[in-house]
Structure formats: C-alpha cells, structure tokens
Design a binder for this molecule. Structure first.
Ligand SMILES: NC(=O)c1ccc[n+]([C@@H]2O[C@H](COP(=O)([O-])OP(=O)(O)OC[C@H]3O[C@@H](n4cnc5c(N)ncnc54)[C@H](O)[C@@H]3O)[C@@H](O)[C@H]2O)c1
Ligand SMILES: [Zn+2]
Length: 367
C-alpha cells in the first residue's frame, strides 16, 4: 500500500491506496484515529449499496466506531442536487447526527461531491472520510476538497472547498466497476501524464493493455502517482486561483461537448478524451508543441478504448462548441484560456484571442 500526504497545513490529510486496506496496520490505525468512539453516517448511492455492504461494516468495525445510519440515494448525476442534500440534512437531523459524527462517503464522484457538500454544511461542518469506489473518484474527485452539486443551469455551480479527514482508496472496489466507467477514469489518468509527468505517460504507453485488466501492482502505482500529482497541485493552489487550472486540460472542450449532447451521449471521460485531442491539435497548430504530442496522445487514448473524434451522428458544429466553451464557468472575464501541452509532461495556460484556430481544430475532430 501507499500513503500520499496532502500538505495543507492544519487541513493536512492522508490518502491511503492499496488492494486490501483493512488488512494494513497503517490503514487500521488511521481509521481508528479519525473514527474511534465516534458515530459514522454512511452515504452511498443505490448501486454501491448493492455491492459494498460488508466492506462498510469492516471499515467501521476496524475503526471501533458505530454506524448511526445509512443515507442512500439513486445512482447517477441526476441525484447531484440540493434536493438530495436536503434529504440528507433531514435524515441526519432526525437521527441526531452531531458535530462528533463523521460522514463516510462511499462511492464514485457523485457520492463524494454530494456527501462532501452535506458534510461541509450540516451543522456548519462535520468530519468527512472519502471512500472512493470508481477510478475517477480515486484519482480525481476524492482528492482536493472540491464538493458540491449541480443546478439545472449547469454542473457544479454550488459547492465549497472542504477537505476530508482521510481518503481510504481501497482498490479492490474497482473489480466490480463497469468497463466504461473504468475508461472514464483512465482518461483522467492520461491527463495527468500529459500535463505533469512524461514518465507516467511512458508507463501508460507500455502498459496500455494491462491497465484495463487492473493488474495489481500497476494499478496501485498508477493510482498513487496520479493522487500524488494532484495532491501536490492542490497543496500549491488549494482554492484554484492559479496553477490548479491545469487540471482542466481537455475539459473546456469536453464540457462543451457534454453540455451540447445533453450529458447522455458521452461519458465525462469520453468527452475529455476528445477535448484533449482538440487541445493537443491546437497546441500543434499554434506551434506550441510538436505534432508527435498529439499523435502519441491519440494513440494511447485509442489503445485504452477512448474516442479521439466526435462521431458523425452528434449534431454539433465548431461554432456551437465554441459558444458553449465561452459559457463554461471556468471562462472568466469573457477570455478564453485553454490549457495546451508544450510537450508530453508539461502544459501552459494560453489565452486564445484569435478564435479561428480554435474553430479549425474543433472542425478537424468532427465527423
Ligand atoms: N470534486 C472534484 O474535484 C471532482 C473532480 C472530478 C469529477 N467530479 C465529479 O464526479 C462525478 C463523476 O464521478 P464518477 O465518474 O465516479 O461517477 P459516479 O459517482 O456516478 O459513478 C459512476 C457509476 O459507477 C457506479 N459505481 C460506483 N462504484 C462502483 C463500483 N465499485 N462497482 C460498480 N459500480 C460502481 C455508480 O453507482 C455510478 O452508477 C461528476 O459529478 C463530476 O462532476 C468531481
Ligand atoms: Zn474530469
């Protein structure tokens, strides 16, 4: 197993990554440290409830804690709402959840974001332990303290920065994850390689076939590496005032695609994969990166079963995508700033005043 520290001063916390964490002394004592003698409110979605029951019991038992109750809500992004959070508040109030109670968020990014927002705001903040069960949640959403919900007007518009006490990254949960969800997480893994770590990218290239098989050592190494990369960025820029923006590589294009296709046609990872393709093309077109960057990235994404282009049946135009990009909440002051690779392992945030090259690269990946 591996321990990654998120160095945030008083809000410092550890991410534990391993295949059988409950058998590890380090994990057991971390759990006891944060949960012993306390009560745990378990938040899950209905899919996770069907798979994970006994493991929660194990976590709580090892921690010498007690379960105060389970708050389960229907799986899926549609549940990431204030209405779900209100249900959690009211259940918690009727059960007598107090400031000593710890919320255990057991699930993917949706559960982590909803349960995290609940924990951040109920009684003005109660303890939170993240137990991510998807690859995306392991390498991305459970690290860094962003929690929140969607509004009909847009995704993640309401939220907070709220760091957990501990992240328990038990890799064995990944065994039941559907292949498409696994690929979704792999898109983010590729992202870390491109933006920060040429060695990681080279490992992914060499092991592209072993990755979806969840080969134990490889999975542990890759997940831990991604968490370390994100943890370092978060420690440098916890409130996303600057450098943390590079984690949005491929996401401004990707979000536009997700929005225009009604969030049903593409998974987040598929949209991000196409978005990274567009961003790499733009970097090449602007002379900021060698063509090889886009070629290697395309090749790797394809080997992992992720798309490089928007299929012809999706009704979008370069213009509609560009307009949606301007509506992205991360575009500030009407300026389009995009994260573009300089080489594999390094990126820059570039302000794009001339939109023609952006339209050109979008057009190049449609149909
Ligand atoms: N807070 C952040 O920094 C951050 C970062 C990235 C993404 N996110 C958010 O994360 C969400 C996406 O997360 P996600 O991809 O994990 O989606 P998700 O939570 O919806 O999980 C995907 C699906 O897998 C199921 N599932 C979860 N664990 C499983 C397991 N072990 N076995 C089988 N099925 C399992 C879920 O029930 C769900 O149906 C989005 O809402 C996104 O906005 C947040
Ligand atoms: Zn993402």
């Amino acid at each position: 197993m591996k321990t990654i520290s998120v160095r945030l001063g008083k809000q410092h916390y550890d991410i534990l990554i391993g295949w059988n964490l409950l058998r590890e002394d380090v994990a057991r004592s971390a759990l006891r440290q944060h949960l012993k003698g306390r009560r745990a409110e378990i938040v899950r979605d209905t899919n996770v409830k069907a798979i994970e029951g006994t493991d929660v019991f194990g976590i709580v038992t090892h921690a010498e804690a007690a379960i105060i109750g389970y708050a389960d809500f229907p799986a899926g992004e549609a549940s990431k709402t204030l209405a779900t959070v209100e249900t959690l508040y009211r259940n918690a109030a009727s059960r007598g959840v107090d400031r000593q109670t710890v919320v255990l968020a057991l699930g993917g990014g949706v559960v982590g974001d909803v349960a995290g927002f609940f924990a951040a705001t109920f009684l003005r903040g109660i303890g939170l332990v993240q137990v991510p069960t998807t690859l995306l949640a392991l390498v991305d959403s459970s690290v860094g303290g962003k929690v929140g919900v969607d509004l009909p007007e847009g995704k993640n518009l309401v939220g907070a920065f709220y760091q957990p006490l501990l992240v328990l990254g038990n890799l064995s949960f990944l065994r039941t994850l559907p292949a498409r969800e696994l690929r979704c997480g792999l898109a983010e893994v590729v992202k870390y390689g491109v933006i920060l770590d040429a060695d990681l990218f080279a490992t992914l290239e060499q092991q592209a076939n072993a990755l979806p098989r969840l080969e134990p050592q490889l999975t542990e190494d890759v997940v831990a590496r991604c968490c370390q990369l994100k943890a370092d960025i978060v420690a440098e820029d916890p409130h996303e005032k600057g450098r943390r923006a590079i984690l949005n590589y491929g996401h401004t294009f990707g979000h536009a695609l997700e929005t225009l296709s009604g969030y049903t046609r593409f998974s987040h990872g598929e949209a991000v994969a196409i978005g990274m393709g567009m961003a790499a093309d733009l970097a090449v077109k602007l002379g900021r990166a060698a063509p090889d960057v886009a070629i290697r990235q395309d090749r790797l994404l394809e080997q992992l079963g992720l798309p490089a282009r928007v299929p012809p049946d999706v009704q979008v135009t370069p213009d509609s995508i560009l307009q949606a990009m301007y509506r992205d909440k991360k575009v500030s002051g009407g300026k389009l700033r995009l994260v573009l690779p300089s080489t594999i392992g390094a990126v820059a945030v570039v302000e794009c005043q001339d939109t023609q090259p952006v339209l050109d690269v979008i057009g190049g990946r449609l149909g």
